[in-house]
Design a protein around this ligand. Structure first.
Ligand code: SAM
Length: 239
């Protein structure tokens, strides 16, 4: 599956996709990531990609033409043409007022598409004719406003890539394939904090791993994990 990012900050994309799970997915040839610098498609001698908004108001708007030119170049490749013919080519615009991106959407993307193009907005957003011309779907990653579309595009990419078969070494480590808990523990069995060597202003205490996780009763462990899911959700709702 190939992920294209149209952005004025390609290094942000390269930094994240060049590490950890995404890098491993690329090394295994299960995913590929290409950051395209929109500035390279500006005809302005200073590489300008924004302009004042029609109707007035604060801030700048990203102009359509550099984005459309960058898109045409990537769409002209034979692999992009092939995915488009099969209905497996998807264009996404990141927007705080888009449809909410969820794990269900991530699974659908991993199943349905072989090429995903993210248009990463900045400033006050992207000239809306880009959405219309490219028939892009708008997605939001949450009810807050960020300064740009790069993080949302990477959030979506991360969630989609972990749904691609073979990316997570152990299929069972997909959250939904098992009873997962937000409360997880590893060594040491008893954590003493703060350490004796520290000039502590707080009293040293022992933090133990819950007994149920050490007793080897898988039914009880599963029940305990389910109960922690419920209690952490309840706490979130009452906040
Ligand atoms: N004036 C725009 C609006 O109300 O929709 C906000 C633009 S925002 C400051 C700049 C860019 O960040 C957007 O074009 C979008 O690409 C991205 N962005 C910000 N928050 C986002 C969110 N919650 N989900 C997805 N993208 C977001």
């Amino acid at each position: 599956m190939k992920f294209h990012f149209l952005t004025i900050f390609p290094e942000m994309i390269n930094a994240y996709t060049g590490e950890a799970m995404l890098k491993r997915a690329k090394d295994k040839k299960l995913a590929d990531f290409v950051a395209v610098n929109i500035r390279d498609y500006s005809k302005d001698k200073h590489g300008k990609t924004d302009d004042r908004p029609y109707g007035g108001g604060p801030g700048m708007v990203m102009t359509a033409e550099p984005i459309l030119r960058a898109f045409s170049k990537l769409k002209a490749t034979s692999s992009a043409k092939a995915s488009a013919r099969q209905g497996k080519f998807k264009v996404v615009m990141l927007s705080p007022s888009g449809k909410m991106f969820t794990n269900t959407v991530a699974k659908k993307f991993a199943k349905s598409y072989t090429d995903v193009v993210f248009i990463c907005g900045r400033y006050e957003g992207v000239d809306d004719r880009v959405r219309k011309i490219l028939k892009a779907d708008e997605y939001s990653i949450g009810d807050y406003v960020l300064t740009g579309g790069e993080l949302p595009a990477l959030v979506m990419t991360d969630a989609i890539v972990r749904q691609i078969k073979g990316v997570l070494g152990d299929e069972a480590s997909l959250e939904e394939a098992r009873v997962a808990s937000p409360r997880v523990y590893t060594r040491p069995e008893t954590l003493i904090w703060p350490p004796a060597s520290a000039k502590a202003t707080t009293r040293q205490r022992k933090y133990k791993v819950p007994n149920v996780l050490k007793e080897g009763n898988h039914k009880k462990i599963e029940e305990w994990r389910l109960s922690t899911q419920a209690s952490s959700k309840q706490k979130k709702q009452t906040k």
